[in-house]
Design a protein around this ligand. Sequence first.
Ligand SMILES: Nc1nc2c(ncn2[C@@H]2O[C@H](COP(=O)(O)OP(=O)(O)OP(=O)(O)O)[C@@H](O)[C@H]2O)c(=O)[nH]1
Ligand SMILES: [Mg+2]
Ligand SMILES: [Zn+2]
Length: 294
Amino acid sequence: MSHLAGRVVAVHGRHFLVETADGRYDCVTRGKKGGIACGDRVEIKPTSADCGVIEKNLPRDNLLYRSDRFHTKLLAANVDQVFVVTAAVPTPDPGLLDRCLVACAAAGIPAAIVVNKADLPETAAWLDRLLAYEALGYPVIALAARQDVAPLSERLAGKTAILVGASGVGKSTLINALVPAAEIATQDISEALDTGKHTTTHTRLYHLSGGGALIDSPGMQEFALGHLGQADIQAAFPEFRPLIGQCRFYNCRHLKEPGCAILAAVEDGRIARQRWRGYEALCRELDQAAHDYR
Ligand SMILES: Nc1nc2c(ncn2[C@@H]2O[C@H](COP(=O)(O)OP(=O)(O)OP(=O)(O)O)[C@@H](O)[C@H]2O)c(=O)[nH]1
Ligand SMILES: [Mg+2]
Ligand SMILES: [Zn+2]
């Protein structure tokens, strides 16, 4: 059989579900290739009616991933839009949100913030905190997955988008509402059955009836960004941009240097201290990695 072009729609360990014009194939890679993500475009060689081998990974437009010193975790490839899903309950972690946004900037993928569970009274205070993000240029979309997903669906047409965020914010519930055929198990059902949480464990792409695709991803607690350099980190903070070049030292890292324009802005409140702390933490991790490497 000749080769078929397809797209990876699910990753299960070393198995990749690949969608082609000729149907879906459960594929493995030849040898120790690895490095294949949900959303990747590939060429496969079918070995039976529904199994195959990935022969070639086609060039990517982009790749969203996490990495620490030991592991690289590919989230998805060829994504047009990232929605960082948050909710006021369970208590949100602004540091995680910042890291998600940094990862998107580094991958060159537009990011928007979704606030799910708008039906909960705690949401108002969380939306207040997110006004600062709106001012930075990130769209903030508030909705309740169980009531009305129109505010999100109108932003999806024709695109490949991914939902990322902490566990329990409602990513899978949103996808079930947007893609009725998805039928992903969410936490509610399992709570009733008392069989533990129905947390998502695999990344998976679902097609939208109006064209486009939406990727569900497992909830994350942390977002390590070991692959980023100083320039990537700095460029991912839009509020720094107008001040770059105004520090006393041309190679200022904005950590504790005298005459730093960014530290001055943190001091007088033009830049949120919490955001700068996130920047500082990323710089420290970078230094630590360089130190360990020596
Ligand atoms: N009140 C309220 N609860 C919601 C809403 N959307 C989802 N939930 C609940 O939030 C819980 C978690 O939903 P999931 O969709 O499983 O969350 P998830 O983000 O996919 O979680 P992981 O797969 O672990 O990453 C479930 O009990 C949902 O019923 C909403 O709009 N309002
Ligand atoms: Mg889920
Ligand atoms: Zn500086």
